[in-house]
Design a protein around this ligand. Structure first.
Ligand SMILES: [Zn+2]
Length: 309
């Protein structure tokens, strides 16, 4: 038994856990909200981390049967892949998801085939089973809702840019904003916030507007799926804007180079890797790349920039 804490408390009734994605620390976090006899999980992770989720719930004296809500920030598999499997075990769970993501939770076939194009032969080892969620279990969000979950008042806002179906949840009592990937990833507290920009939905204008939406809310803390709490919020968001601009600039420069897409992508990856390694240690850099692969980031930005050109 190690001394290391497995469940991190942010406030009364608000904690988070490390899903230890592929055995790696600080790649994917789930937040757990408890109160008023309810248990809500913000981003349950993929099926491949279900055993860790189960173990950490047990550390809190809870089981899958106790879960009442899944608050999904967006339907990318690292955030929501386990939802259908959890529903099979506990049909009482309500799944909150944006209206544009909802159809893909009921019928994940398009989501799976689009992910399979990105992850090729690795679908099973990365994500495991991707099961449908019954339509009757969904609470469909549009943004702007005020909801009460686990005894807390949460404000929902629509925050597209990273994904067209992305929402974030602000806990009004604690000032913690659960922002999914909208505020980027920051796997170590001393590291930079970097934007993951995979295909197919990247939209830099919408993303910038979503960052302004988050700013207007004045949260005290951002909670990132990759990974955990981050503050001060204004510094985080302005650093993220800088990195988003830089990534877009490099993607644009790569597109202007001679050569085919593989060479352009390789040039971008090299830029991003060198820049990251000047800022964080090698193990942290590889966790960053696991949570937000630079090859996929190039493809998302290239798609966006070409569409606009
Ligand atoms: Zn993610």
């Amino acid at each position: 038994m190690t001394e290391e804490r497995k469940v991190h408390t942010l406030a009364a009734g608000v904690s988070y856990i490390d899903l230890e994605f592929l055995g790696r620390r600080r790649a994917i976090a789930s937040a757990i909200l408890t109160g008023a006899g309810e248990v809500a999980i913000v981003d349950c992770g993929p099926s491949t981390t279900l055993s860790t989720l189960r173990a950490r719930l047990a550390d809190l004296g809870l089981t899958i049967a106790d879960i009442t809500h899944l608050l999904i920030t967006h339907i990318h598999l690292d955030h929501s892949g386990a939802a259908g499997g959890l529903l099979e075990e506990n049909s009482r769970i309500r799944v909150l998801v944006h209206e544009r993501g909802a159809p893909h939770m009921v019928d994940p076939s398009k989501l799976v085939s689009s992910a399979a194009r990105l992850y090729e032969g690795q679908m099973d080892s990365l994500w495991g089973a991707i099961l449908p969620v019954p339509a009757s279990a969904l609470t469909v969000l549009t943004g702007g809702e005020r909801i009460t979950v686990a005894g807390r008042g949460l404000d929902v806002a629509y925050t597209p840019g990273h994904a067209s179906h992305h929402v974030r949840y602000l806990d009004r009592d604690t000032g913690i904003a659960f922002v999914g990937d909208t505020a980027g990833l920051r796997v170590t507290v001393s590291g930079p916030p970097l934007p993951p920009t995979p295909p197919p939905d990247i939209d830099l204008e919408l993303w910038s507007a979503s960052l302004a939406t988050i700013e207007r809310w004045r949260p005290d803390t951002l909670f990132l799926t990759h990974f955990g709490p981050s503050s001060p919020v204004t510094v985080h968001l302005s650093d993220l804007r800088d990195h988003l601009e830089q990534a877009a600039r490099w993607a644009k420069e790569s597109l202007a180079l001679e050569g085919d897409d593989r060479e352009k992508e390789a040039w971008f990856i090299e830029r991003m890797r060198r820049d990251l390694r000047a800022r964080v240690s090698e193990p942290d850099a590889s966790t960053y790349e696991m949570a937000g692969r630079f090859d996929l980031s190039w493809r998302g930005l290239a798609r966006y920039l070409r569409k606009r050109a």
